[in-house]
Design a protein around this ligand. Structure first.
Ligand SMILES: Cc1cc2nc3c(=O)[nH]c(=O)nc-3n(C[C@H](O)[C@H](O)[C@H](O)COP(=O)(O)OP(=O)(O)OC[C@H]3O[C@@H](n4cnc5c(N)ncnc54)[C@H](O)[C@@H]3O)c2cc1C
Length: 332
């Protein structure tokens, strides 16, 4: 893998070497990307994929990095981040958008054009590509309900269109999770609506989100998928885990389904805390939690079982237990 050769072959593309991904992830954690590449067009992504394949570079795709944890060792090879590929074109009741655009921005533009159908998405911080890959949804809506077609790129560089019914959408799932195709462009089909009603709905959902979610801290949203018949936050609360600190990460005191970065957390803090939650909930309730968030990249050699790391965790767990003990006063 020769980064200079990559730069020479793509002189117009922004390429950052050994770039810390904690600058991009919503958790503010994660190690460096060997090469972080910012294409601006579909064709540029296609050319990159073909070239990187020929040179046998591993390739990772990122959108807004709001639903993933990049391990502390970072990502080897090429990491293509699509956020500069963000054109939005509105024509009557359709919106054609490149997949690096932010879902929040597309939802806002739909409202400004008097189009209804994307109100539910007004607070989901992903890119359009990430939203398609995850079939993102909230408050009863999912992107699958408003997507007409998706232009995809296979990992060997073939570009073609998939219509909605070929996308295999279901709860937090799309076909792309099986085929590993890259979403490049999406056509949304919306309906004409009343601007005031759209605005009212968006305001209501924003209020619900800000009152229930710990948006004041970095996080990756809901860490776990909702197990059938249960609420994840309640399972975690009932297991007595809410508020538990692990290194610099903490199970949110506002919403137990979120893990927030309260004090320079590492990805290892996140991953260990996730494993701990899974173990305790399985033991207490017999429910096997499954992560919604994707964990990618490589471990940092220094973080794996290092003495310092184990000491740090032991101390923070002990502190968390101490904080739960109510001090004895004259009243109690
Ligand atoms: C505070 C907060 C609140 C959230 N609320 C919600 C919510 O209400 N509902 C909800 O569904 N989610 C929610 N999320 C999670 C997240 O925003 C969504 O899952 C979002 O769709 C992820 O998009 P992204 O661009 O950030 O994807 P990333 O995190 O960058 O990537 C996630 C996965 O998608 C893949 N991917 C990204 N772009 C593409 C592409 N173009 N083609 C192929 N694969 C791609 C990546 O390789 C990765 O595997 C929340 C997250 C946070 C931090």
């Amino acid at each position: 893998m020769n980064i200079n050769k990559l730069k020479m072959n793509f002189p117009k593309t922004t390429i950052k070497e050994n770039e810390p991904l904690s600058r991009y992830t919503y958790t503010k954690t994660g190690g460096p990307a060997d090469a972080l590449i910012f294409p601006k067009t579909k064709e540029e992504v296609q050319e990159l994929i073909k070239w990187l394949n020929k040179e046998e570079w591993p390739v990772t795709i990122l959108g807004n990095a709001s639903n993933l944890i990049v391990k502390d060792g970072g990502i080897r090879g090429a990491t293509i981040i699509l956020t500069d590929m963000n054109q939005i074109v509105i024509n009557e009741n359709t919106i054609k958008v490149l997949t690096g655009a932010a879902l929040i921005e597309v939802s806002r533009r739909a409202y400004q054009a008097g189009l209804t159908g994307l109100e539910f998405a007004c607070g989901i911080p992903g890119s359009i590509g990430g939203a398609v890959y995850m079939n993102a949804g909230a408050y009863g809506g999912e992107v699958k309900e408003v997507i007409k077609a998706v232009t995809v790129l296979t990992r060997d560089g073939q570009m073609f269109e998939r219509v909605n019914k070929d996308m295999d959408f279901s709860y937090r799932h799309s076909k792309l999770q099986e085929t590993d195709e890259i979403a490049l462009e999406v056509v949304f089909e919306l309906k004409k609506g009343d601007e005031d009603e759209i605005k009212e709905k968006m305001d209501e959902l924003t209020y619900l989100r800000t009152s229930k979610q710990p948006l004041e801290y970095p996080s990756c949203g809901s860490v776990f998928k909702r197990p059938t018949g249960y609420f994840t936050g309640k399972l975690i609360q009932d297991a007595g885990l809410q508020g538990l600190k692990w290194g610099g990460a903490q199970i949110s005191t506002k919403h137990a389904g979120f893990i927030v970065n309260i004090d320079h957390a590492t990805a290892t803090d996140y991953i260990e805390l996730i494993e701990h939650i899974k173990e305790v909930v399985l033991e207490k309730d017999g429910v096997q939690l499954e992560t919604e968030v994707k964990i990618i990249g490589e471990d940092h050699p220094a973080e794996v079982g290092s003495k310092e790391n184990l000491m740090k965790k032991a101390t923070s767990t002990f502190q968390a237990q101490l904080e739960k003990i109510v001090p004895l006063t004259e009243e109690n």
